[in-house]
Each structure stands twice: as structure tokens, then as C-alpha cells.
Design a protein around this ligand. Structure first.
Ligand code: GLY
Length: 593
């Protein structure tokens, strides 16, 4: 080839690159300047209290714990975005409109079914322990537990957040719309504010003490105290942080101005997170756990969430029974469920932790033979005290406030994601100048054997604190397929109760043929082995309660704490239902438009 020809080819390529760059920037400018149409003022009274009927749609479905986030997801789907795009937009919007749990200062898990590859995926964007953390960081010098709420409140309670990196990773792999477009609505609501609903107003009142302790948090969330309801919550600093993330991708959070502010505030106030911790944070693609239950395929999250492992374990035990014949929420049914739950949570206490640090015996716990061996120990009509139930023995190991959203699109992609700040409003700390409310996820580690976390959960070596480790979770985003297509997707907030709530939503639909409204409204029960208490949602009938007491259960009637967001697919239609237990929850679809 002559030099002349070479030059011509190079020139041609440069021209092509320049044209492509120009087109891309034109496209970007066009998208940015364009017709951004906020969903704008939505009259909350149209959407609350809670879902009144099952939502239907042919073109995909979004269910979240706040109707504004649901509408944003719906808008993205209507713009031709796929379920991944909508889920990311929903996640960012929840960080603004549901500050008790929605977040960019926390982390979570996402389970996905991709229609193009017909494959299932899951990503772990759980928080990580900072490099300077150590096993005994919440213990006194004599190894006794330092009960100063250090793992739940304040700067020392936070793990390195994973949400932004997780969303960025999903966007790179599956996104179809421009990243910036996915943040526009969140930025709009942070900058211009949105109306505080009665439910949110009640929450702000209830958590007044926590929200007024640290000045940057107080300034934002207590501004309208005591007249929260109907006031506008404006979060200008958060809007600026979201703008940086929109412009720079994940680096807008993990590097530069925002990262510096997080590290600076942490250092000033006794926290551990450094700029290096933020820079080095990585979400992880992990193999989802897949199992069968009757004729359905269960696709769910593996460790460091314990949710999927124990849902599969409990389903494996329960498939040995004809549950319909036993009868929904009868004494026998609750008796059976409670016993099954105890065995699962006993295993959780010993064997579950971050698989990057501890050899979690997933195959053993989810083995159908192991399930049979547990089944053989259970007798309906009797209860075994938790003190007599020990975690299973496997040879090869030793080495509350959350929110769920589900999206399905018309292309067949499904996203089920649960993310969290841990407690309601996380650690109570907002990083000055950023609007970022931080998680208190360090409490999900086991501070020491025998020391329960805020959910009363016990842990052991598998879940001890180590630098860069992820704390064990109960979050259980789950997709159920039947005949190789979506049957339903489900998930919930609720700390330790997530696993049992998701289990019961699966049983309600599969074993009891309930529609989404029935599945949602039926009362849930919970037992987590330790403490040895059978929790029953309010208003389960008195006779059943007394019969359970007769079986020696220590029955406690509780307020509802979970909030299932389910999407079902049937006869080419999507159905959605937002759990009434959290009144702002809402499924998209055309019923209110
Ligand atoms: N922070 C609650 C959970 O991850 O289970």
C-alpha cells in the first residue's frame, strides 16, 4: 500500500469518527435539551390510599413503593425504554421520593430475566465494609458488646454504598436509553420538590428524633416540622449530586467532589469510609439461584443475601405437603410454616455470609434430600422449641428499611430489585453538601456470636465483620417462570421478615391460586427461630391465634412490616398490585389514567 493510500484511509476513518462523534453529541444534546416532560404535579389523592384494584397493562408493568416512582418507570417504558432502563429510573426516583429506604447511599440486589439471551442474571450491589473496619469494631476491650447503637446510628454505621455502581453496571450491560435520561425525573423531584403524602408525613413525625440529630439531615427533613403533610420536600443538594452522576456516570459518585465530601465528613465525625473505599467499590454479577417448585422455576438471589437460599430451602420442604388441603392460614398451615421457618433461620444463623469470604454451603442447604430430612422432623400438631433446633451440620464450611421494585417490559425482560438503607432513614446521617442519606448496613454483620442485630437475627463467623466484606442480607428479589415465560415477580422490604413474606407470596399464588389482590391482602406470619416468637399480622382471627398458643407458640401480634410488590403475567397481560401495607405503593397500568 502506498503512503498516499494509507493517508487516504486514515483520513476517511477520521472523517467517519468525527461524523459519529458529532451525531452522538447531537443526540446527547437533543436528549438533554429536549422536551423533558416531568410527570409533573401528580395529585396524590388520585393514588392513595394504596392500590384499590389490580392494575392491568399490555405493555409492561412497574410496581414500586411510591406512585411517583411508578409513574416515572411507566414513562420510561412508554418512551421505548426496556425494563432495565425503567428499573434504574425508578431506583433513582425512589432515592428522592422515598428517602426512608430509596437511596443512593445504600445498596441492594437485582435479579433479571433477559428476553434477548433467554438467560437469568443477578447483580450484587450490596454495601461493603470499609478497609478500616475490623471484626470487633462494635465490641468493648473485654469483648462485651458496646451497646451504644454505633452499628445503627451515626457515621460508624455505614458500609460503602453500592447503589450507583450497581445501576451503572446494569445500564452498561442492558440499558437501551441514554443514562442521563434515566436521572431526569429524579433530579426534577429533588430540585423542585414533591408533595409529602400523609403516610410519608407520619413517617417523618415518627422518626423526628433520628432525623433531627445530625444538622445536614435536620435541615432537609425537619424543615416543615410539624406540618409535613402537603408541604413540599425539596432536596437541592441531592439534585446537584444526581446531576453529577447523570453527567459522569458512576464516577460522579465514587470519585471527585461527592467522594471527597463523603470521605471528609466521615473522617471529621468518626466514620471509616475513605476516598479509596469509594473508588474501589465494585458491584458483582453473581449466578442467580435457580430451583424448581412444583411446575415453576424459581430464580432468586444468592449470597450475600440469605433470602434466595432459604426461600428455596423452605419451598423444598413444603413441596412434600398438599398445602391446599391443609388450608390457607389454618392452625395446621401456620404450625407447618412456623416449623419450616425455624429450621431455615437456624441454618441462616450459622452458615450464611459473604461467599467471597466464607464457603457458604448453598448446595447442601438447598438440597431436596436435606429438605426431606427436615420434613421428617416436623409433626403438624406439635411445635419444637427453638432451643431444640440446631443449624444443620455440613462438613465443608468454616473457611427495616428496605424497598422493592419490579419492572416487566413488553419485550419480555423482567427486573426484580430490592435495595435499602437498612433501618428507616438509614444511619440518620446525611453527608453535608450532597443530600446523600447514608445506610447503617454495618448492623447486618454479626457484631459477635450471640449478639442479635436490630432484627433479632443471630450470626456467626460466616457473617463477622471483615474489611471489604458484604454484610449478610435477607433481601429476596425473585422471579418465577412457568413454561419458559414470566409467571410473576416478587419481593419486599421488612428486614428479617422479607424472606418469609416472599415465601408466602409464592405459596399464595402457586398453591392457593390467589390473584394478586388476594395474595397481597392475606395475613402473613413470621418465625425466625430466635427469638422463639411466632409473629402474626394483626387481625388474624382470634380462634386460630388461641389454638396456636395451645401448641405452645409464643404468639405475638404485629403491625404489618412487609410490602410485597408483585407483577404477574397471564394471557398476554401484565397485572400489578402495590401492597396496601405501605399506602403510597402503586402499580402502573391504565386504571387511574
Ligand atoms: N438490611 C436488611 C437486609 O439486607 O436484610
Amino acid at each position: 500500500m502506498t503512503n498516499n493510500l494509507k493517508l487516504k484511509i486514515i483520513f476517511k476513518h477520521i472523517k467517519l469518527i468525527l461524523v459519529v462523534c458529532f451525531l452522538m453529541s447531537a443526540l446527547t444534546i437533543d436528549i438533554n435539551a429536549k422536551n423533558f416532560q416531568p410527570i409533573g404535579t401528580v395529585n396524590p389523592s388520585k393514588y392513595i390510599p394504596a392500590q384499590k384494584q389490580i392494575a392491568e397493562s399490555k405493555n409492561g408493568m412497574v410496581t414500586t413503593q411510591h406512585f411517583l416512582a411508578t409513574k416515572v418507570g411507566e414513562k420510561i417504558l412508554n418512551q421505548g425504554g426496556n425494563a432495565y432502563d425503567a428499573a434504574i429510573a425508578v431506583g433513582f426516583t425512589l432515592a428522592v421520593v422515598l428517602p426512608r429506604a430509596g437511596n443512593i447511599g445504600g445498596g441492594g440486589f437485582m435479579v433479571m430475566h433477559d428476553s434477548v439471551t433467554n438467560q437469568n442474571y443477578s447483580i450484587d450491589y450490596r454495601e461493603m465494609a470499609p478497609a478500616k473496619s475490623f471484626t470487633k469494631m462494635y465490641l468493648n476491650e473485654d469483648d462485651s458488646f458496646n451497646d451504644k447503637k454505633l452499628s445503627t446510628f451515626g457515621y460508624l454505621a455505614s458500609g460503602v454504598p453500592g447503589t450507583v455502581a450497581g445501576f451503572w453496571e446494569v445500564h452498561k450491560k442492558f440499558g437501551s436509553l441514554d443514562w442521563e435520561l434515566l436521572l431526569e425525573d429524579a433530579i426534577y423531584y429533588a430540585e423542585n420538590g414533591f408533595e409529602i403524602t400523609p403516610y410519608m408525613g407520619d413517617m417523618l413525625s415518627k422518626y423526628k428524633e433520628k432525623l433531627s440529630y445530625f444538622e445536614p439531615t435536620n435541615k432537609i427533613f425537619m424543615k416543615h416540622n410539624p406540618n409535613f403533610i402537603g408541604s413540599k420536600l425539596v432536596q437541592k443538594d441531592l439534585a446537584n449530586t444526581l446531576k453529577l452522576i447523570a453527567a459522569k456516570g458512576k464516577d460522579g459518585f465514587y470519585e471527585g467532589e461527592v467522594a471527597q465530601k463523603i470521605a471528609h465528613e466521615m473522617q471529621k465525625n468518626g466514620g471509616l469510609i475513605t476516598e479509596n473505599d469509594l473508588k474501589n467499590y465494585t458491584p458483582k454479577w453473581r449466578k442467580p439461584l435457580i430451583s424448581d417448585y412444583r411446575d415453576n422455576k424459581i430464580i432468586t438471589m444468592g449470597p450475600p443475601s440469605s433470602g434466595g437460599v432459604h426461600i428455596i430451602q423452605m419451598l423444598n420442604i413444603l413441596e412434600n405437603y398438599d398445602l391446599k388441603q391443609i388450608g390457607h392460614n389454618t392452625t395446621d398451615y401456620i404450625n407447618l410454616l412456623a416449623e419450616v421457618m425455624k429450621y431455615a433461620y437456624a441454618d441462616r444463623s450459622k452458615h450464611l455470609g459473604d461467599p467471597d469470604f466464607f464457603d457458604v454451603p448453598i448446595l447442601e442447604i438447598t438440597n431436596k434430600k436435606y429438605a426431606k430430612s427436615i420434613k421428617n422432623k416436623i409433626k403438624i400438631g406439635e411445635s419444637t422449641p427453638s432451643s431444640k433446633i440446631m443449624p444443620g451440620l455440613f462438613e465443608d464450611n468454616e473457611s427495616f428499611e428496605t424497598t422493592h421494585f419490579s419492572v416487566a417490559d413488553k419485550y419480555g425482560n423482567v427486573v426484580s430489585s430490592t435495595y435499602t438503607l437498612n433501618s428507616t432513614f438509614g444511619s440518620g446521617v446525611t453527608i453535608k453538601g450532597t443530600g446523600i442519606l447514608m445506610n447503617n448496613e454495618m448492623d447486618d454483620f454479626s457484631a459477635a456470636p450471640g449478639i442479635p442485630n436490630q432484627f433479632g437475627l443471630l450470626g456467626a463467623k460466616a457473617n463477622e465483620i471483615q474489611p471489604f466484606k458484604r454484610p449478610l442480607s435477607s433481601m429476596s428479589p425473585t422471579i418465577v417462570m412457568r413454561d419458559n415465560q414470566l409467571f410473576f415477580t416478587t419481593g419486599s422490604p421488612g428486614g428479617s421478615r422479607i424472606i418469609t413474606a416472599v415465601l408466602q407470596s409464592i405459596l399464595n399464588i402457586i398453591d392457593f391460586d390467589m390473584n394478586l389482590e388476594e395474595a397481597n391482602k392475606s395475613k402473613r406470619i413470621h418465625h425466625q427461630w430466635q427469638p422463639d416468637i411466632l409473629q402474626i399480622e394483626f387481625s388474624l382471627n382470634d380462634a386460630t391465634r388461641e389454638k396456636l398458643r395451645g401448641l405452645n407458640y409464643n404468639v405475638e401480634v404485629i403491625d404489618p412490616a412487609t410490602c410485597i410488590q408483585t407483577i404477574m403475567y397471564k394471557n398476554n397481560m401484565y397485572y400489578g398490585y402495590g401492597d396496601f401495607r405501605r399506602p403510597d405503593a402503586f402499580a402502573s397500568g391504565d386504571i387511574y389514567d
